[in-house]
Each structure stands twice: as structure tokens, then as C-alpha cells.
Design a protein around this ligand. Structure first.
Ligand code: FE2
Length: 355
């Protein structure tokens, strides 16, 4: 399987992963053959990418670190929680707590979890999908810090609920396609305090969990908000969630900006690791994300085009690739696989949308 832009999808291609609608239900399921009407519908829903199976990618497997069922349940639990707050109902944390428990159990089973799969989400689904991603990435980092179950649960609940205050942010500000005015930015910033106020009312949550919602935009160098905390005044839980939050936001398409590639997000985090983020946490975090996930199409320095078939966990820049087009762009009859850890003279020059 590989991920391609919807613009490059042709009729008859086979869908390799489900596409979810706003309500969390499956819109198109794995194995469906694409039709022009589906492609147009997806564009209408602001879904710009799909996982497909085709000749060059059919045997490439991309596994998620948690099961589809758990991810689906977790998204639904956060969506329902946000909706119940929006309608003035009390926050029922039980479903979130249950799905967080399942996520932790599943992630503890994976040895050296590496996140390879990227979400396909529309702008309306952003907050739910994002909350689950931030939770998964935070728990993986927490596991690398040898946190026990109790600590992992507190961290995971805080990660899932970090943006809950966005319920009170007006949608036209949240989904504004252009740059924000100073006033609009101040409105957005209020979500941190709003989330904290909502969560601290719940006796079912630890202080640390609501504290994550309050402080997830603080930065180690004191440039964050709302409190302008610095260095070790920021709790480790917040430092972890902050990194996961920035990484997932940077690598997601938003209404106002196109996502950047994983390598750029990793570079940014490392570059900012001495200023805005905790360097040790960044180092731990980046060990668990794949720069070139399987299915990524690349240009090599030899002029050939290739597709990533597998990851070398120790050397994230040196995956195993399959050469599928020669330097003239012609398809290769018998594609050869090359392990870049064993061929130091072959380099990845750029990432391609498609081949
Ligand atoms: Fe936020």
C-alpha cells in the first residue's frame, strides 16, 4: 500500500485503508475500487489523500501501532466528549478512560514502537484525529521514559483532552483559511485556560491531567502561553504532549496550511530542542517516528525513482527501497530492492507525491 494525493487516484485503483466520515463512520472501506464519483466526493469533503494498493505497492505493509478498532473508539470518545460539552452536558470521562486503557495496553505490547502510518483526515475531523495521535505519540514517549501504568494513564488522559477547550473557540476562527489577526489569535489562545476550567471541575481527573490542557502551549524558553512558564517549571507530561502536539500539527493538512514532510517536522523539533522544547524529550520522541514510512515515493541521487518498502529502525534515513523507474523515468521490468544501509553511495534526494 502507499499514500497518494486524491488528484493522482485513477478509477479502478483499490483502496488500502478505510476513509472515515465526520461522524466517525466508514465512508469507503478497504478493498473498494475507486470510481470518479467517490474521488469527487472525497475532494468535496476536503480529503486530499488516500492509501491505495497498486502494482508497485501491493506487497508493502504499513502497520499501525494500535488497532483500527481502538483508534476508532478513541476518536469517537473524544468527539462525543466535545459534543456533550458543546451542548452543556456533563463530561462523561468513562469512554475516554476505557479507550486510553486499551491504547496503553496495545502500545506496551509493541517493542520499540515506530509510527509509520499517517492519518487521512478532513479539516472537520482534525481535533478528534489529532487528539488521538497526540495521545499515541505521548504514550510511546512515556513508555521510553519507563513510566508505570498510573503515570501513563495520567499522561494519556491529558494528551487526549489537551485541546478540549477548543469547544469554546468559534469555528470561523478555528477554521479560518488565512492568517489570523492579533485579536483572533488571542481568541485561539483562550482554549488552554478554557480546557483547564472544564477539566478541573471533574473529580475523576488528576491535577496533572487538567494541568496539561492549561500548559500545552508553554515553551521551555518562556515564549509560550498562557503563563509564560520556563524550563523545569513545566512538568514533564506537558513537555511530552507539547512535542507530540507540534509534530502532529506540522505533519497534518490544515485549512490554512499544507502539511510539511515528517523530515521537516523532525528537523524543526531538533532545531528548537535547545530553545522551545526539552532536548532529551525530543531525542526520545524522534526515535519513534519514521522519516520515510513504507510506501513513500522517492527520487534517488542515481536519477532512479523508488518506493520505500521497509524501515531500518536504527537508521531512519536509510530505509530499504525498491527501484521502480530508471533514470529516464521508464518503469523497471524487474524492480530490484536496495538496502540503503548497505549502499552508502545511494542517497534519497527528494520525496515525491507519486511516481
Ligand atoms: Fe492547543
Amino acid at each position: 500500500m502507499r499514500k497518494i494525493p486524491v488528484d493522482k487516484v485513477r478509477e479502478g485503483m483499490t483502496l488500502a485503508r478505510p476513509v472515515y466520515g465526520y461522524d466517525g463512520n466508514v465512508l469507503l472501506n478497504t478493498g473498494m475500487m475507486m470510481k470518479m464519483s467517490y474521488i469527487n466526493k472525497l475532494k468535496e469533503l476536503d480529503i486530499f489523500e488516500l492509501y491505495i494498493d497498486d502494482e508497485i505497492s501491493r506487497d508493502i505493509i504499513i502497520t499501525d501501532v494500535i488497532s483500527d478498532e481502538t483508534r476508532f473508539e478513541a476518536r469517537l470518545s473524544i468527539k462525543n466528549a466535545m459534543e456533550s460539552i458543546r451542548f452543556g452536558n456533563t463530561l462523561d470521562l468513562k469512554p475516554i478512560r476505557n479507550s486510553v486503557g486499551k491504547m496503553i495496553d496495545e502500545l506496551l505490547q509493541v517493542k520499540d514502537a515506530v509510527v509509520c502510518l499517517q492519518d487521512i483526515k478532513s479539516k472537520d475531523q482534525y481535533t478528534f484525529f489529532h487528539s488521538v495521535n497526540v495521545c499515541v505519540l505521548s504514550v510511546i514517549t512515556g513508555i521510553s521514559m519507563n513510566y508505570d501504568q498510573e503515570k501513563l494513564k495520567e499522561l494519556a488522559m491529558g494528551a487526549m483532552l489537551h485541546d478540549i477547550g477548543k469547544v469554546s473557540t468559534p469555528r470561523h476562527v478555528l477554521n479560518k483559511p488565512g492568517p489570523l489577526t492579533n485579536e483572533e489569535y488571542s481568541v485561539i489562545k483562550e482554549h488552554a485556560k478554557a480546557g483547564y476550567e472544564t477539566l478541573k471541575k471533574s473529580r475523576m481527573l488528576s491535577t496533572y491531567t487538567s494541568y496539561i490542557a492549561l500548559t500545552h502551549h508553554e515553551r521551555v524558553d518562556g515564549t509560550g502561553y498562557p503563563l509564560g512558564l520556563k524550563g523545569n517549571d513545566i512538568h514533564d507530561f506537558t513537555k511530552i504532549v507539547t512535542i507530540a502536539d507540534v509534530y502532529d500539527a506540522m505533519t497534518s493538512d490544515r485549512v490554512y496550511k499544507k502539511r510539511c514532510h515528517i523530515s521537516e517536522a523532525v528537523e524543526y523539533l531538533v532545531g528548537m530542542g535547545y530553545h522551545q522544547f526539552d532536548y532529551d524529550m525530543v531525542r526520545r520522541f524522534i526515535e519513534h517516528v519514521t522519516i520515510y514510512p513504507p510506501g513513500t515515493c522517492v527520487n534517488l541521487n542515481t536519477g532512479e525513482k523508488a518506493i520505500v518498502v521497509d524501515v531500518n529502525k536504527k537508521y531512519p534515513n536509510r530505509p530499504i527501497v525498491r527501484i521502480v523507474a530508471d533514470r529516464d523515468g521508464q518503469p523497471v521490468k524487474q524492480p530490484a530492492e536496495v538496502d540503503l544501509t548497505r549502499n552508502n553511495n545511494i542517497l534519497i534526494n527528494e520525496i515525491l507525491d507519486d511516481i
